[in-house]
Design a protein around this ligand. Sequence first.
Ligand code: ZN
Length: 268
Amino acid sequence: MDAVEIIKVIYLFVVGICLGSFFNVVGLRISKGESIVHPPSSCPRCGHRIKGAELMPVLGYLFIGGKCRGCKTQISIKYPIFELLTGLLFIVGYYIIGWNLELIVALTFISLLIIISISDLEYMLIEDKVLIFFASVILIERLFINSGFNGLGLGTFFNYLIAGVLGFGILYLIAIIGKKAYKKDAMGGGDIKLYGIIGLVLGIRLTLFSVFLASLVGALTGGILIALNVVKRDQPIPFAPFIAIGSLIAYFYGDAILDWYYNLFIQM
Ligand SMILES: [Zn+2]
């Protein structure tokens, strides 16, 4: 790694953890109908204002030992984890995509996935305001940035646009079938709309692959959680984190995995 590369990585990490800190606020407040800028963060129990060094992402949490300075209440480890995760994913995005325009789409996409994962884990809800904001931003980005980073030749704006409609349609279909089969809502409206945006980011081929991956990750994790008795069999679990994992794997590694898979059959 040369000096320039080290600076880029540190820059992305610092921007990532700071934004991650903001995403915590967005993910937790918007679903409660609260403003994301006012009031400043404070302890929900004693009202102690979080200020100065305590506000620093990740380090602030370590600095106060994970406890509120006012009342010593344990502060959820989720906050620094999502900050760290944002920083790390920004770096991973750079390593896979490189320092080019597609990285802008990648960072936007990671930001969306972090926010909806936070709110879905906390409230089982993906807020429309968040989806509308990111759908608009990514649509505009895709108008200008649409050649992908893999040179597969599928990179046109319309490929991404069709993928958006397709992503929405497939999830809508799964929701209808799920409702018929289980007589209850298997898929939230937020998940369906989210897949429209995922299509815009991934393009047709990877969108299809990501549905498969998200279902696989969801089924495996759900199975393990039920086996470990962490969740009950018919207890609803937030699906957005699985969609986030599946679509990120598809975005970053999908082409490599699919090419490897096709080659297996060509050689046989
Ligand atoms: Zn407190």
